[in-house]
Each structure stands twice: as structure tokens, then as C-alpha cells.
Design a protein around this ligand. Structure first.
Ligand code: ATP
Ligand code: MG
Length: 383
């Protein structure tokens, strides 16, 4: 049975709420590692995972809230055993060498006779004598040999980095407007990584857009469930409303009016789901609707805060993240988006809110929202 000591970062700072975060993290971990026969244990402020299946390592690395995964060796409180095991592990790791190292002991079991500096000194000295080609570097060692003194020794020399963030489901809920593009799945991921429960909502325009275009978004949502376990995916048919907008309004405002309608529908969903915010994949000044003026006009259509986690990202950063979370290949499949099917020839890139509202007054917006809302569909997507 392999043993992993789990380091989780920021939530140790959360003061009184710490137990709430830890409990959520534990239950998230249990459901993620369960299928791999993993067992999770919380013991004296540390999380330990046991499993025989190595595939558990990437799963742990991709769990929000974790910082490092350390395969650990558990030993009886016997300095002689510790010395020999430490030297063996170092030999395995160093090979021919050379390598620099540092021993870092932490004694939480104060009844153990040696304190941390004494253990460092003892084990460091033993390694220097028994492992060829190593030297100590206390500032930037290549190898950190860590020892925790508890009811037993826990020793680890290797660590795998994890995603960081905070445990999923500890930071409220947000309706994420998901197109089939590159940006919105990354935006959803960024929010989920900050603990926000996400409710993906997509607008399609069937029959003008294809079943394949909708399925592409479904696939993107499915990929996100790798991190969240499961999600309710909502989609709404915008085609009738788009026709109404086109028949009644100046084409320069199609995009922005459509955005305002989407925002209203997303707000309605948020209210039903008790979500306190909306999230989009908008990124300042990439396209006309994403100028600051455009954003003012869409924000005006909701009383909820609209989070735009990618607002400051460069396109390269977004693409890198999309590749990392494996949404990129799906996002670039060439299916049409509902926003692009009635593309106007002229667009107001710096719309004034007053003009947009005047244009919108030509529509019965409330009726349009009600009518369009009737097309909403919910699907449960599981990992
Ligand atoms: P993306 O790559 O996410 O599509 P983008 O840079 O192409 O973003 P737009 O297409 O202008 O930009 O969309 C901006 C944001 O508006 C999207 O990130 C998404 O949050 C929302 N959005 C756009 N189209 C849709 C849609 N069909 N359904 C739901 N949300 C949408
Ligand atoms: Mg797009």
C-alpha cells in the first residue's frame, strides 16, 4: 500500500473556517480517489491517502486545494531505522551523483527525545558518511529530505506539485456562460479552482446551429467534470429571440442586445439556482463586444456581479491553460456559434448605454426573456 502525505496550502490560513474547508476537501478527495481504491485519512492536521494504484497521483495533483503530493514512508520511532532508510532512499535518488541535499525535520510529537535541529544534524551526518557524492546545501538543495516526527516517523524525498486553489464547492455558486470557444471553459476552470461551484449555461440557435455544435459544448462541460465530479449543464435556444431582434433593431446593436438578453437569462437561472454571480470568458478588447463600453452595456442588464477571470490574460496564457486542462482540442473544432450566425455587417464597437437602451426599447424584453426561458434544458453530466 502506498502512502501519500498531502500538503494543502491556503486553507490552513482560513482561521475559524478552517474545519469547513478541510471537511470539504476531505469529502472531495474521498469521492475522487474512491474509484482507485484510495483511502483518505485526516490525522493531526495532515491528510494521508493510501492506495495501491499509481494512477492516483495525477488525480491528486488535479484536486483543487492541494499544493503538493508527497509519497511517504512510515517508520517506527527508532533513529537507527530512520538513518538507514534515509540513506537508502537518498542512494536511490542520487544514483551516481553528485547532488546537494538538506534534511528538514519537524517534530510535532514533543515527547520524542531529539528536537528538529538535532535530527537534521544526525540524519544529515549519516547521509554524508554513507551516500557517495552528496553535499549539503541549506539554501537551494536539489533534494529535500523531510521528516515528520509524529507517533511514527514520516519521511519523504519526492514531491509532486498540485493545482493549488481552494477546495471545490467552498466559495459559492456562479452561472458560467459557456460558448464553444477557447476562453469560457478556461474561465469556468479558473473559478472552479477558486472553490466556486459552477453552473454552465450555453446558448445555441438550433436549427441554425447544429446538434454537433451543442455536443461540442457538452464535451467541454464533460471535461470540466474531471475537476468537479459532476455538473448540471443548461442550454437555451436563442434562435427565435435572435430573429425578433433582427426584425426590430438596428444591426449595429445585434451583438450587444443579444449579450444583454443572454445576461438576463443567465441571471434568471442564477436566481433559481441560488447562484450569486455570473462568469464569462471575456477578455478586454479582443473583439467589439469586449471593449470597456461593451462591458458597461452588458453589465447593465444584471444586478449580479459578473466575474471575468480572464480579463487580464494574454491569448497565449489562455491557450496554454486550455491545453493544460485539455479543453483546447475540443474548443477549436470548427462548429458555428449562435453569436456568429446572424453576423451584422456593421457593429457598434463603442456602444453608448443610452443608445443601446433606446434600441432595446423597441423590443418587449420581458416577454422575450419569458419566451426564450421556456426552451431551457438541463442535463446532468458526470465524470
Ligand atoms: P469564447 O472563447 O469563450 O467564446 P470569445 O473570446 O470568443 O470567448 P465571445 O464569443 O465574444 O468571445 O464571447 C464572450 C463571452 O460571452 C464568452 O466567453 C462566454 O462567456 C459568453 N458567450 C458567448 N457566446 C455564448 C454562447 N453561445 N453561450 C453562452 N455564453 C456565450
Ligand atoms: Mg466565442
Amino acid at each position: 500500500m502506498n502512502l501519500y502525505l498531502i500538503k494543502y496550502g491556503e486553507i490552513t490560513l482560513k482561521g475559524k473556517n478552517r474545519r469547513f474547508f478541510e471537511n470539504k476537501l476531505l469529502s472531495n478527495l474521498r469521492s475522487r480517489v474512491g474509484p482507485y481504491g484510495g483511502e483518505v485519512e485526516f490525522y493531526q492536521g495532515r491528510i494521508f491517502v493510501r492506495s495501491e494504484d499509481d494512477r492516483i497521483i495525477p488525480i491528486l495533483q488535479d484536486t483543487f486545494g492541494l499544493v503538493e503530493i508527497c509519497p511517504a514512508i512510515k517508520l517506527p520511532l527508532d533513529m537507527d531505522v530512520l538513518r538507514r532508510t534515509a540513506a537508502e532512499e537518498m542512494k536511490k535518488l542520487v544514483g551516481e551523483g553528485p547532488a546537494t541535499f538538506k534534511v528538514e525535520a519537524r517534530r510535532s510529537n514533543k515527547s520524542f527525545e531529539l528536537d528538529s535541529p538535532a535530527i537534521n544534524h544526525d540524519i544529515g551526518g549519516y547521509i554524508l558518511h554513507h551516500v557517495p557524492n552528496v553535499s549539503v546545501d541549506v539554501h537551494q538543495p536539489q533534494i529535500r529530505l523531510e521528516i515528520e516526527v509524529r507517533e511514527q516517523f514520516y519521511m519523504y524525498v519526492e514531491t509532486f506539485p498540485a493545482l493549488g486553489g481552494i477546495p471545490y464547492g467552498t466559495a459559492g455558486k456562479s452561472v458560467v456562460l459557456m460558448s464553444g470557444g477557447i476562453d469560457s471553459p478556461v474561465a469556468a476552470f479558473q473559478m472552479a479552482r477558486r472553490g466556486v461551484e459552477i453552473v454552465p449555461l450555453h446558448f445555441h440557435a438550433m436549427p441554425f446551429t447544429s446538434e454537433m455544435a451543442l455536443d461540442k459544448v457538452r464535451q467541454l462541460v464533460h471535461r470540466l467534470t474531471y475537476y468537479t465530479d459532476w455538473l448540471y449543464f443548461y442550454h437555451i435556444n436563442l434562435s427565435e429571440a435572435q430573429i425578433t431582434i433582427r426584425e426590430n433593431c438596428d444591426e449595429r446593436y445585434y451583438t450587444i442586445l443579444q449579450r444583454r438578453l443572454m445576461t438576463r437569462l443567465a441571471t434568471k437561472l442564477a436566481e433559481q439556482k441560488h447562484a450569486l454571480s455570473l462568469t464569462t470568458g471575456e477578455n478586454l478588447a479582443q473583439v467589439a463586444s469586449q471593449t470597456m463600453e461593451g462591458i458597461v452595456c452588458t453589465n447593465d442588464a444584471t444586478h449580479l456581479p459578473v466575474f471575468r477571470p480572464l480579463i487580464s490574460f494574454d491569448k497565449d496564457d489562455i491557450v496554454r491553460r486550455a491545453k493544460q486542462i485539455e479543453t483546447f482540442e475540443t474548443s477549436i473544432l470548427p462548429y458555428e456559434d449562435c453569436c456568429t450566425i446572424f453576423l451584422p455587417s456593421k457593429v457598434a464597437t463603442r456602444p453608448k448605454l443610452a443608445d443601446v437602451l433606446a434600441e432595446e426599447a423597441k423590443l418587449d424584453m420581458d416577454a422575450l426573456v419569458e419566451q426564450t426561458w421556456k426552451t431551457i434544458v438541463r442535463e446532468k453530466i458526470e465524470a
